[in-house]
Structures are given as C-alpha cells and as structure tokens.
Design a protein around this ligand. Structure first.
Ligand code: ADP
Length: 408
C-alpha cells in the first residue's frame, strides 16, 4: 500500500532537498544560525533529538500541524502529534542510525484533531565530534493525494469485480440457455410428430362430426403449443447469443450471397407468420452481392420486420426497402407505429432495453429487449452499421448497411 501511495519521484526530489538543506544548514557549527535559516523554508522541517524531543520547528511545520514553534519546543514529537507508524518504530530508528536516512509514511494528528497521512523524509545529522547527532525531518501532508489514490484503487477493484461478475453471469446464462434448448428441441419434435399423426387421423375420419370436432380442438391446442415453443426457442436463442457476444464468441460464417434474396426470404417468413398484415417490398437493384452470414442477416431482418409489426397498428402497412448507397447496401424497414423519442433511439440498442410505454400491438408474446442489441452486434461484426430514424407518433425506419462486394 505504501508504495502505491508514495510517488518515488516526489520522495527523491524531497530527499535531495533535505540533503541539500542539511548540508547548507549544518556546514556551519552555529546551531542557532542553522535553525534561523531553516525557519524561513516553506516545507515543514523539524529538528529533533534522538529521544524525540523537538529542537526546532519552522513555519512550514507550524502551518502543517497548527502548533507554533514556541509551543512545541522540548516536547516529544510522536506524543504531541500522536504518530501512528505503519511499521515497527524501532526498525525505523535502526535504519536511521545505520543508513543515516529513512523515508516513509505515517499518520499524525493536527492540533484540531484532524488525522493526516504524512510523507516523511528523515536524515541523521552529526553536529560535530562533541555534539549529539540530531534528526532532521521534512514532512508533507499526503492525505488528499492518498485519498485520491485510494479512491482510484478502490474504483479499479470494483470495476474488476463487476467485470468478473458480468463474465460469470454470461457464462451462467450461456450454460442455462443451452440446457434449456435441449428439452425444447425434443418437445418441438414430439409436437410435430403429434401434428403429423393428427393430420393422418383427420384424413381417415369421414362423416363422424363429433370426432372431427374433437380432432379440430386437439389441432388448435397443438398449434398453440407449437407457437409458444417457437417463442421459447427465440428467447433461449437470444440468451445464447447474448452470452456469446459478451464472451466474444459470436461467430459468423460469411459467404458470398445475395442480400435481395435474403431479404425476400425473411419477408416471406413474416408474411406466413402474420398473413393478415400488409408487408410491402421495394428493391432499387436486382442483385445485391455481399459477404455475409445468410442466417444471421435473415435473423436481423426478421427482427426488424417483427418489431415493425409488433409496434404498429394492425391495419398499418410495413415497408421493406433495399438500395445501394455508394459502397454499401442499405436495407430499411419502415412502420407507421408509435415512433421513438430521440433519447430512446440511443437506448434501444442496449441489451435488455425496452420502451415501457410501447404497446405490443399484435400481442405476439414475451420480449427480453435483446433483439436490437444482437442485431447491432451481428451487423457490426460483418462490417456494417445500424440505425433508426423516427419521430414520435409518426412511425420509425430501422436500417442496416453491409459493404457491397460489387463496388469493392
Ligand atoms: P424486443 O424484443 O423488446 O422488441 P428489441 O431489442 O427488438 O427487443 O427492441 C427494443 C425496444 O425498442 C422494444 O422494446 C421497443 O420498445 C423498441 N422498438 C423496437 N422496434 C420498434 C419499432 N419498430 N417501433 C417502436 N419501437 C420499437
């Protein structure tokens, strides 16, 4: 801790000052003259006997500790200032006697009772063959600096702890999500099997109205269960992606592909899922070759379109558009929904962020506020950018760009 609190350079300058001062002062044999010269110095300089009694104390020391020289002369310094050492006191004295100097920190108390961390440089000075040696101390208040350094260290420790917790959390989320996905896949498989058997059974039942009715009810339940499983799957996959992003393991498999085709496929998926909604499509170019991970780009477009459908009135259209913008291809999804304020436009890309007052217009299930966060990570990893243009109550346009291969 001591090392962290004392800047060695300062202590060195400090030490050199003391040595220079000591040489000047004590070159003369006249102690009173030496003490008078010392009194003019700005730094706190104290001369004390080996038994701690104060011999002289300059204005700097008076300013540092709040006692005048007259009040302290002859008093034992460590009793007066209630010095608390960070190491055994005898070992400091031993160093002083053997090496002629010591430097370090201790805590002392100001006249008012205020505790101070003091950096001290002490030199043993021999006055002459017939005079006892004295100790010259140069002391400096380090409380504020020590406080700042401690704050800095504590903040760094807190930050490291937070990072560790975040990493453990991501690893935990990743592990749990993987565990959840396995039974979900199995449930989905069984559901599809049940739907298949049911369809075959429905074909065989002819004329039995009661039975037909019962089978239709079962089919309705199975379809609902299937939709819920899809929602669960999406949530679990989002959590897995989140953990991958946070552990830098979000891998994309980029191949040369046509963005026009990827957008059209995603659009068809959404039309099947929401047949009652109008999703319009405009492409200003016939082909848009990009180097991208098809599935992952499809995931981003699906997320943009499903959000547009979710957050706009059921009778409002959604427009999907593709165009070339210099070296980039731009895909945008426009809706006529509630729109997003400027502040929220920055925040919605953060993980778990959801705008509270946004009503999900088509009631299509739970959301974690991860879709845009994942979309942004996926697009940026593939060399593109994401963004939104929106005016509250006038709808939103979510867009992303990817580098076009043809113009490279
Ligand atoms: P979520 O699963 O909650 O939709 P997203 O990350 O995809 O998560 O979106 C974050 C939030 O951004 C949403 O909760 C919603 O408040 C807002 N948002 C996203 N798309 C739109 C949109 N087209 N119109 C209005 N708000 C939107």
């Amino acid at each position: 801790m001591r090392d962290a609190l004392v800047n060695p350079k300062h202590v060195d300058d400090y030490g050199r000052g003391v040595r220079r001062y000591g040489r000047q002062v004590f070159a003369s044999q006249n102690l009173q003259e030496q003490i008078d010269r010392m009194a003019q110095a700005h730094n706190a300089i104290i001369i004390r006997h080996l038994d701690d009694r104060i011999l002289a104390w300059n204005q700097g020391a008076a300013a540092l500790y709040g006692w005048s020289e007259g009040e302290v002369q002859g008093k034992k310094i460590h009793t007066l200032l209630r010095t608390e050492f960070q190491e055994v006191r005898e070992s400091i004295e031993l160093v002083l006697c053997k090496e002629g100097q010591w430097e370090g920190q201790f805590t002392q108390t100001h006249r008012t009772g205020r505790c101070m961390i003091v950096a001290s440089r002490q030199v043993l000075v021999h006055m002459g063959p017939h005079q006892a040696a004295v100790i010259v101390e140069m002391n400096r208040d380090e409380t504020e600096r020590a406080f700042l350094v401690r704050e800095h260290i504590e903040a760094a420790v807190r930050e490291a702890a937070l990072q560790e917790t975040a990493q453990q959390m991501s690893a935990f989320v990743g592990m749990v999500s993987h565990e959840l996905r396995t039974p979900l896949t199995s449930i989905k498989g069984h559901l599809q099997l049940a739907q298949l058997h049911l369809t075959r059974l429905q074909l065989r039942v002819i004329g039995e109205e009661g039975m037909k009715q019962a089978l239709t009810t079962i089919q309705y339940s199975l379809d609902r269960a299937d939709r819920q499983i899809n929602v669960q799957n999406r949530l679990v996959n989002d959590l897995i992606d989140l953990s991958r992003i946070q552990t830098d393991q979000l891998n994309v498999q980029q191949t040369q592909c046509d963005l026009v085709q990827i957008v059209q496929e995603a659009l068809e998926d959404q039309r099947i899922l929401m047949p009652s909604r109008l999703i319009r499509w405009t492409s200003l170019i016939i082909q848009a070759p990009v180097l991208a991970d098809e599935d992952r780009i499809g995931q981003v477009i699906n997320n943009y379109i499903s959000n547009a459908l979710k957050y706009s009135p059921v009778d409002a259209p959604v427009d999907v558009r593709l165009e070339q913008e210099k070296a980039m291809i731009r895909v945008s999804v426009r809706d006529e929904g509630s729109g997003i304020s400027e502040t929220e436009q920055q925040l919605i890309w953060k993980r778990f962020y959801r705008v509270e007052e946004h009503e999900n217009k088509n009631g299509s299930g739970v959301s974690l506020g991860l879709g845009l966060y994942i979309s942004r990570a996926l697009i940026e990893q593939q060399g593109g950018h994401v963004g939104v243009e929106s005016v509250p109550t006038c709808g939103s346009t979510f867009w992303f760009t990817l580098p076009s291969i043809s113009s490279e």
